[in-house]
Design a protein around this ligand. Sequence first.
Ligand code: 5GP
Length: 199
Amino acid sequence: MKEERKGMLIVISGPSGTGKGTICARMLAEDPSLVFSVSATTRKPREGEQEGAHYFFLSEEQYDELLDRDEFLEHATVHGHRYGTLKSQVQKRIDQGLNVVLDIDPQGARQVMARRKDCVSIFILPPSYAELRRRLHTRNTDDPAEIERRLGNARGEIEQMDRYQYAVVNDDLDAACAQVRAVIQAEKQRTTRYFPVVE
Ligand code: 5GP
């Protein structure tokens, strides 16, 4: 059986603290057809983060230069830092038949969904606001006022969930991963992307 597959753009988004990064990491580890779109950011690297693997860590000036050259598919300011998806991370790899995964915030997801109607969009939800607050606290990276601000943002983002094609509640990580995996698998089989040749 000869077959050909077109690559796709997969947008995984959701409020801060829903665990979308962990879900993306799992999907990428298990499916070699998936590749991660490494974003540019002006925030400083955290311990263990590597340039070019987690992010391209840029100065404000370097980031402005990329903006001027129209190098971003989308960009947004998230929690006081700037982040953007580089066009160079996306189209070339889709043309090679790879599936490019974006782990981006809802502001950026809106831009991608508007520009790339062919993308697959998945919104990751927390099981409750109480649980989201608990997760934001245990991350221990933010002060209480910042946590309340993120919870407020989360409410607005969740109200606009219907902009996305799919919603997955991350109550149990294995179950959420199974649902995201099922979406990706089904999307791969679309006849607009999958071309088996029956001999
Ligand atoms: P962190 O700094 O914790 O890695 O990420 C903070 C937030 O920024 C997360 O919600 C993450 O999904 C989002 N983010 C990471 N890269 C991008 C990007 O290129 N564009 C947008 N819009 N958001 C991003």
